[in-house]
Design a protein around this ligand. Sequence first.
Ligand SMILES: Nc1ncnc2c1ncn2[C@@H]1O[C@H](COP(=O)(O)OP(=O)(O)O)[C@@H](O)[C@H]1O
Ligand SMILES: Cc1cn([C@H]2C[C@H](O)[C@@H](COP(=O)(O)OP(=O)(O)O)O2)c(=O)[nH]c1=O
Length: 196
Amino acid sequence: MFIAIDGPDGSGKTTLAKSLVDQWNSEGTAAIYTCEPTYDSEPGRQLRQMMRSGEILDIYAFADLFVEDRKEHIRTLIMPAITQGEVVVCDRYKYSALAYQQLQGVDADYLIEKNRTCLIPDFIFILMPQDPEVLCQRIARRGQARDVFEERDFLQRTLSCYEKLPEYFPKEKIFFLNAEDTTEENIQRIKKIIAG
Ligand SMILES: Nc1ncnc2c1ncn2[C@@H]1O[C@H](COP(=O)(O)OP(=O)(O)O)[C@@H](O)[C@H]1O
Ligand SMILES: Cc1cn([C@H]2C[C@H](O)[C@@H](COP(=O)(O)OP(=O)(O)O)O2)c(=O)[nH]c1=O
């Protein structure tokens, strides 16, 4: 099974994805945590360097590099793990592209088409806050260096892109979770949805 967890910065994706994986493993369900952009592929390394420095000259080439990273991720890690019967929980996936690259000026149809051949997750969970200010406070508390996508008004605009995901991907199983609920509440919600 392949699960994607996405949402704006500070919404709790990493916390939720890692807790979910830990809980499944402790219950005897083999699960692995992974994230995008990846850390160990050449496109992933290039992307992280570009985001740190803010040197993004061609937004379409930048968008393509995320797709390249994603395809390598699917080929080298996601598919092999699924084939072995593991649950793969991916922290950010193509849904981030529809928020961040679209806000950089890339056409939504271009992003959808470029990502068309990427494996579709069985379930997609999007963490959304009721009050965007909560995310700003969480990011500030985290205290790490911010990348180009972590400015306050940018955060607000990403929310409206995430809200439109069911229109961009009408056939996919996209569920919205409340980022202000506890991690445990969201884990229980995810398990319930998966159980049908
Ligand atoms: N459900 C939650 N309620 C309150 N705080 C949370 C919750 N989930 C995560 N946090 C805190 O919010 C901050 C951002 O969480 P993180 O998982 O890194 O978010 P993301 O991966 O979406 O950027 C961290 O300090 C984390 O401890
Ligand atoms: C997967 C993906 C990520 N991103 C961006 C969003 C984030 O700013 C950045 C990942 O940053 P990172 O610090 O790894 O994660 P997070 O902010 O979730 O804690 O990559 C895109 O712009 N497009 C994409 O397709």
